[in-house]
Design a protein around this ligand. Sequence first.
Ligand code: 5GP
Length: 187
Amino acid sequence: MKKKLFVLSGSSGVGKGTVISGFLKRNPNFSLSISCTTRKMRPGEADGINYFYLTREEFEQSVKNGEFLEWAEFAQNLYGTKRAFVEKCLDNNKDLILELETIGALKVKEQMPEAVLIFIAPPSFEELEQRLRGRHTEDEATIQKRLSEVRAEIERSKNYDYIIVNDEVETAISTLEKIIKDEAKNV
Ligand code: 5GP
């Protein structure tokens, strides 16, 4: 039996990582796809665990070879999902979640209309702005850039199958579980 593919997106600062890791803890049969990226490895990350880290040349060669199911540029780095990785997981009956920014997610939907797209949204734009500012890690220009990216992502989420508003993490995780369980029944 082939499995269904779930694609999750959410703007930065929305708590998407917490919702996904909460879901994965409760549902160990699901795994998160490992993407390729040209961005630098962050402390605590490992090659082949968080991402496959490629040089821009290696990434572009894979694009030319048609190896990516989707890829996109985000914050000046390239990110992509290898087609072979996803197909192998689905064929091996593994439940798979892809965590992608919205352009890549919509590209997956074009190629695999049966994929389920889920967007994790902030309770409000104002609250997200407060959360981003509350981190105190970025200057005003960076915050403004992030906020305009967030606006664009929220706009694209109108084409998603589901939107989960992350008011409260536990509720968001339960909602995600319900959506995935219901959808998985209709394979
Ligand atoms: P980060 O650099 O913080 O790990 O990820 C930045 C953004 O890239 C996040 O929105 C994440 O969802 C997205 N992303 C991660 N992997 C992929 C991928 O394979 N394809 C696309 N399109 N986006 C990705």
